[in-house]
Design a protein around this ligand. Structure first.
Ligand SMILES: *Cc1c(COP(=O)(O)O)cnc(C)c1O
Length: 377
């Protein structure tokens, strides 16, 4: 059994993908080929947002978006400590200070009610992360940003296709509600290519131009450099692969949701874990199916015994960002964000991908049940 089965998915889509790849190989346009523009247009239509700009990775997307907003050293950005390092790493690179706010136990997302207390005169933006494939609680977050004149940059690296549902029933794709949305096409993401890739989304034509310019060495016109930029591009080959995969994204999402429903049913009534909470204000695209283990279950031992029985699991993420050595100079301590710390100790992600079978899921349930019964009952 695999945590993620990229080969299996490739085998299933091989004819379509190989054709797209061969076309690029024959074209000779390996950088900025027609497929890149085509993909940006396709994704823009899918997300209902006018501007999609490809770049080299999800990390680059976040960095370039922050650069385009003109953040200065010492400016502060409010974000969650319960996320992948990239979310805050790009701030540190720009000498912008990440200011963490604790998360909600059930959704794993930034606790919107604690944001206001973290706002200072240096605060410039809020950066929510739509972790595991479900939207953060955007309506109150957007309201807070508007009240204090802050930008919102959405980390939608795990949530492509997930929709936020407003109180009036209106739906918007994650990544399309803030000043910028950023996503990743890392191979294991819900819309993954076969290497690194990412994209930024915005409604603002000026900002769209700005990020495109930054991603291209700060040049709008070749060899005429307006500002300091970076070299960050979505390769033509990756765009061609993404054009194929985007056509299947709806089906990928449905398969993941069906697998999540099956896990929910298999674990119904278990008192030693909590299945993922489904927020009423969001759809869930299940980038990860992440359970919370009851206190008292030794997660390391459980993982080891599961592995021995052929069941892979992962911990996303074992150390919250405020306790990472790299951020020691920010001065946070254990106890500052008790919910994030508790989650980091108790979450466990189970196998989740488009090729996962019912039999495999039954095995996950059965093996987990037996181990817990034997060790902790
Ligand atoms: C994957 C991921 C990123 C970074 O994307 P890369 O393409 O790997 O650079 C950033 N934030 C989150 C939440 C992610 O899951």
């Amino acid at each position: 059994m695999k945590m993620v089965d990229l080969n299996g998915q490739y085998e299933r889509l091989k004819a379509e993908i190989d054709e797209a790849v061969e076309k690029v190989m024959a074209s000779g346009a390996y950088i900025k080929g027609a497929e890149v523009t085509e993909f940006q247009e396709n994704l823009s239509r899918f997300l209902s947002i006018p501007h999609v700009i490809g770049c080299g990775s999800g990390t680059d997307a976040l960095q370039i978006a922050l650069m385009a907003l003109g953040l200065q050293p010492g400016d502060e950005v409010i974000t969650t400590p319960f996320t992948f390092i990239a979310t805050a790493e790009v701030m540190a690179l720009l000498r912008v200070k990440p200011v963490f706010v604790d998360v909600e136990e059930n959704t794993f997302h930034i606790d919107v009610h604690q944001i206001e207390a973290a706002i200072t005169p240096r605060t410039k933006a809020i950066l929510p992360v739509h972790l595991y494939g479900q939207s953060a609680n955007m309506a109150p977050l957007l309201q807070m940003a508007e009240k204090h004149g802050l930008y919102v940059v959405e980390d939608a690296c795990q949530s492509i296709g997930a929709e936020y549902i407003f109180a009036d029933g209106q739906r918007k794709m994650t990544g399309t509600m803030g000043t910028f949305g950023c996503t990743s096409f890392f191979p294991t993401k819900n819309l993954g290519c076969y290497g690194d890739g990412g994209a930024m989304f915005t409604h603002d034509a000026e900002l769209a131009k700005e990020v495109a310019c930054i991603a291209n060495h700060g040049a709008e016109k070749k060899y005429h450099h307006e500002r300091v930029g970076v070299n960050s591009r979505l390769d033509t080959l990756q765009a061609a692969i993404l054009n194929v995969k985007l056509r299947h994204l709806g089906e990928f999402t449905q398969v993941r949701q069906a697998a999540a429903d099956r896990y929910d049913a298999l674990f119904a009534g278990c008192d030693w874990l909590t299945v993922p909470y489904r927020a009423s204000y969001s759809t869930h695209v299940f980038h990860q199916y992440t359970v919370r283990l009851a206190d008292g279950i030794n997660r390391d031992l459980l993982q080891e015994l599961l592995r021995a029985d052929g069941v892979p699991t992962m911990v996303y993420y074992p150390v919250p960002l405020h306790l990472q050595p790299v951020f020691a100079e920010l001065g946070y301590r254990r106890g500052d964000f008790p919910v994030a710390e508790h989650l980091a100790d108790t979450v466990l992600s189970l196998p989740m991908h488009t090729e996962l079978t019912e039999q495999e899921q039954e095995k996950v349930r059965e093996v987990m049940g037996k181990i817990v019964e034997k060790c902790w009952k």
